[in-house]
Design a binder for this molecule. Structure first.
Ligand code: SUG
Length: 429
């Protein structure tokens, strides 16, 4: 049986805004209130998807969440769009921003996936993330649950676990899988920010991922080889609100900053030993020193939020263009690509400016799942991308998405109605 990595990509919705909603996320706070460009945001996401698709990677899209859904409007007690929206705006404009957030675009936060080969019960599992740490994001869980139920309706081999009820969980942004090949038995690493009982208030900027959520997911997925490691407090306090802002992995390669984790050396030794024991082949590392790239530069450039694609010694780094603009980060990348011991052979820079200004880089915009041929063939029709869907999507965005958006636009009833109607014309399933 062949195994493939399938990216479930995210795409900005027509209500993409800069609202300063995300706790611990410096980019979101810095750009709060700026006018956004939803059309450009979505086209930038689509450009990344098209590049990967044309390189023959398997691609799918989790559609942008319709924040005009009856469920959400009902939750916020909105009966009459026009009147109630004006009332909410007069009372608390920030609440309006939460209601219409387009944050479902960052699909790395949608769920955590474990393929059957990592699990004692020989069954793949996906747990939907509850995103409880931020009011504007907690609504995504239902949308993602429904989407995966539909996508995997014909794949009984994949168990879909609903979002955890209480322990805050932000999905794959705090989870890495190490394996020699996609088909090999993997080691899964869960990265937590804090223990709920003792550490919630130990930070200047808030930690988001709870240890209890990581434990609970690892148990319900029946994982065989699993590590739990704590994010470094210094990193969190420097704006590393998810682990994928400071470390990233692809198969047997780990790119990380020296200040990514608490007790980092001990963790890396144990992980390397385990990897060697399973694969009889070493885990490869690039460990970035603070003197080479400071935590501040890592957070500004989002180097560690690059996507690493490809296998064996043929990997490519898909980096945000901000990395090219930062001389230290750029020269580090050039050094990496030239290093014969590093599997990364090539780099491509992408502009994802609209997403980046909300703290979302290339890796935030995708959820990786390792699926076998049958599971891919059994995906619901329309889920796996093809040229036709891509073309339809591009036309939809170009035709309907607004080019500028601020929260006050929501008070114009005609514009509001137009925004609402965009979802009705979506070409995505
Ligand atoms: O949860 N930003 C998101 C960005 C998520 C990035 N994902 C990963 N690192 N995997 C967040 O902080 C900003 C929304 C606003 O302010 O309008 C926001 O939700």
């Amino acid at each position: 049986m062949n195994y493939h990595e399938l990216n479930f990509e995210g795409i900005a919705g027509p209500t993409h805004m800069f609202s300063g909603l995300a706790e611990g996320n410096l980019a979101s706070k810095t750009h709060a209130g700026k006018s956004s460009n939803p059309k450009q945001a979505a086209l930038q996401c689509l450009d990344k998807i098209k590049r990967l698709y044309r390189l023959s990677f398997k691609e799918a899209i989790i559609p942008p969440q319709n924040r005009f859904s009856e469920e959400i409007l009902h939750y916020y007690q909105i009966k009459d769009l026009k009147d109630d929206i004006q009332k909410i705006y007069d009372r608390d404009p920030q609440l309006l921003r939460k209601i219409f957030s387009s944050s479902s675009m960052w699909t790395a936060n949608a769920a955590t996936f474990s393929p059957a080969q990592d699990c004692n019960n020989a069954r793949s599992s996906i747990t939907i993330a509850n995103l409880l740490s931020n009011e504007h994001r907690k609504h995504e869980a239902k949308h993602n649950y429904k989407f995966f139920q539909k996508a995997f309706a014909n794949s009984p081999s994949i168990k879909i676990h609903p979002a955890l009820e209480i322990h805050p969980d932000e999905g794959a942004a705090n989870h890495n899988r190490f394996a020699l090949k996609h088909s090999s038995k993997g080691i899964e690493v869960f990265v937590y920010g804090y223990k709920e009982d003792s550490e919630k208030n130990n930070f200047i900027l808030p930690a988001r991922q709870s240890f209890q959520a990581c434990k609970s997911i690892a148990n319900s997925h029946s994982l065989e080889n699993v590590f739990f490691v704590q994010q470094s407090k210094e990193a969190i306090n420097s704006g590393v609100f998810h682990n994928d802002v400071i470390s990233t992995a692809n198969l047997d390669y780990f790119l990380l900053h020296e200040k990514a984790f608490e007790n980092q050396n001990e963790f890396l030794n144990q992980l390397s030993d385990k990897f060697f024991e399973i694969n009889k082949s070493p885990l490869k590392f690039s460990l970035v020193k603070e003197t080479e790239i400071s935590l501040e530069d890592a957070v500004k450039s989002y180097l560690f939020n690059s996507q690493i694609i490809g296998e064996a010694d043929q990997m490519t780094l898909i980096a945000p263009s901000e990395c090219k603009e930062n001389p230290k980060v750029y020269s580090f990348i050039l050094k990496l690509v030239k290093d014969p011991n590093c599997p990364i052979q090539d780099v491509e820079f992408l502009s994802l400016k609209e997403s980046m200004q909300n703290g979302g880089g290339p890796a935030c915009l995708r959820l990786r799942l390792v699926l076998n041929d049958d599971e891919i063939n059994n995906l619901a029709p329309g889920v796996l991308l093809n040229e036709e869907i891509i073309e339809g999507l591009e036309q939809w965005i170009n035709r309907y998405y607004p080019e500028t958006l601020i929260i006050e636009n929501f008070l114009d009833i005609e514009f509001l109605q137009q925004l609402k109607n965009i979802f009705a014309n979506s070409p995505l399933v």
